[in-house]
Design a protein around this ligand. Structure first.
Ligand code: PMP
Ligand code: G9A
Length: 424
């Protein structure tokens, strides 16, 4: 029998739960399941030859630096090229506003560690990125959810929520948003909403955490400025990452923040990992500085647009009546809503038996709502498997609908013509 250490765990560790995404990943990577679960880039797109050349040249040319510890802030020349890229996207920063992190996930954790005491409130979307909720929950924060619509977070609803919280003496500290091609729903906040959101943040003295891994993966439509680039009061912390535009295995990401906040985050990071992998930072630097990243993004955009289109066409072709889904203009995900009586948490076992996987929608709701929803990733699977996987998923859903209809037919309690159940 395994020894039980639970009495020794901190309260925070006792309350932490495994990420539904990471657990599914273990399962889907081991088997022949078609996975629409993890937010994984297509491995076919990884620039293996270029990274190979960079690594070989790097180790000869700069080995003594690349194998050494780096400053906690990150390798200066990487911070500089990242700041340049951000400025080309409308920001006004220097490398001193940039902290290199081990994945944007670490950025979220450092923000939690730096700002959140137990009981502090974070306001976020419903649904929202589960890794964000988990990072803040690890610091025992309380989440307050704002339901999203097809244009992301509605500022009027946010304002009402904050007003209500304030009336009850509650002052949230952070507002967490993934405004562009949101994980998990794929929806994007238009510019006017971003401006309104900032005004609200200023009024309520909230820090906005803008988590933005996907904005460069736009397949149609015009770019929308980041919230940080619209900010005039230094109230935004921004997270970027190489994970979706280059390779998540590098674990190279960056946090942009006003200098006082950045300095605090650096101290927080020192107790976490001293510095992010120097070697990977040098690889990322060379990749960007030699001009490969912008070209690579064009290649993967074409690849992912096609995959999105195949998934949308397959949904149209196979999914039964009563199901709806978002039609994202970019990113990696779309969001499916099933009839209310279907619990995607229970259905997932049947889906896995049918050799297809998704992430259950309730995992992305801090309040565990959204039980009839699911997130589908369209970038990881090969083109052929996308259609086959959607067909398997459609069959799984149809079986749930049929089982429900059978139960209703056989039930002694039937609704009359006004929908009132009287019993037979
Ligand atoms: N934020 C969001 C919204 C994400 O979708 C992800 C990855 N799925 C992350 C943060 C973490 O990314 P990274 O690989 O950079 O840690
Ligand atoms: O593998 C991970 O946990 C990163 C992917 C995140 C996601 O699926 O949203």
């Amino acid at each position: 029998m395994e020894k039980d250490y639970s009495q020794l765990y901190s309260q925070r560790a006792r309350e932490m739960k495994a990420s539904e995404i990471r657990e599914l990943l273990k399962l889907t990577q081991m088997t022949d399941i078609i996975s629409f679960a993890g937010g994984l880039p297509s491995p076919d797109a990884f620039p293996i030859d270029i990274v190979n050349n960079i690594c070989q040249e790097l180790i000869v040319k700069d080995g003594k630096l690349a194998l050494q510890y780096a400053a906690t802030e990150g390798v200066t020349k990487l911070r500089e090229v990242l700041a340049d890229r951000m400025n080309r996207q409308g920001m006004d920063i220097t490398h001193r506003n940039v902290l290199v992190t081990t994945g944007a996930q670490q950025g979220l954790d450092l923000i939690g560690k730096t700002f959140l005491d137990p009981g502090d409130i974070v306001v976020l979307g419903a649904p929202t990125y589960l890794g964000g909720t988990n990072a803040f929950a690890a610091y025992m924060a309380k989440m307050e959810s704002i339901p999203l619509d097809e244009n992301g977070m509605n500022p009027d609803v946010l304002d009402e929520k904050l007003h209500h919280l304030h009336r009850h003496g509650k002052n949230p500290k952070l507002l967490y948003v993934v405004p562009t091609f949101q994980n998990p729903s794929g929806v994007t906040m238009p510019e006017n909403r971003r401006r309104q959101l900032l005004e609200i943040a200023y009024n309520y003295d909230l820090l906005v955490v803008e988590d933005n891994p996907y904005s460069e993966l736009r397949y149609e439509g015009d770019n929308i400025p980041s919230i940080m680039s619209l900010d005039t009061e230094e109230k935004v912390i921004y997270l970027g990452t190489c994970s979706k535009i280059l390779a998540p295995g590098l674990r190279v990401a960056w946090t942009v923040a006003p200098k006082p906040i950045l300095n605090k985050l650096v101290i927080t990071k020192q107790s976490t990992d001293l510095c992010s992998s120097t070697f990977c930072q040098y690889v990322a630097y060379e990749y960007i500085a030699q001009g490969y990243l912008d070209k690579h993004i064009e290649v993967i955009k074409a690849l992912y647009k096609k995959k999105r289109d195949i998934m949308l066409a397959s949904l149209e072709k196979y999914f039964p009546e009563g199901t709806t889904w978002t039609k994202p203009l970019g990113g990696m995900f779309l969001w499916v809503t099933l009839p209310e009586y279907i619990d995607t948490g229970q259905m997932v076992e049947r889906a896995i038996e049918n050799k297809v996987a998704y992430v259950i929608g309730s995992a992305f709701h801090a309040d565990r709502n959204g039980i009839n929803t699911m997130r589908l990733n369209f970038t990881y699977s090969s083109d052929e498997f996308i259609e086959e996987g959607i067909k398997r998923l459609a069959d799984t859903i149809k079986a749930e609908i049929e089982a429900h209809e059978k139960r209703t037919r056989e039930s002694p309690y039937k609704p009359d013509k006004d929908g009132i159940i009287t019993g037979v």
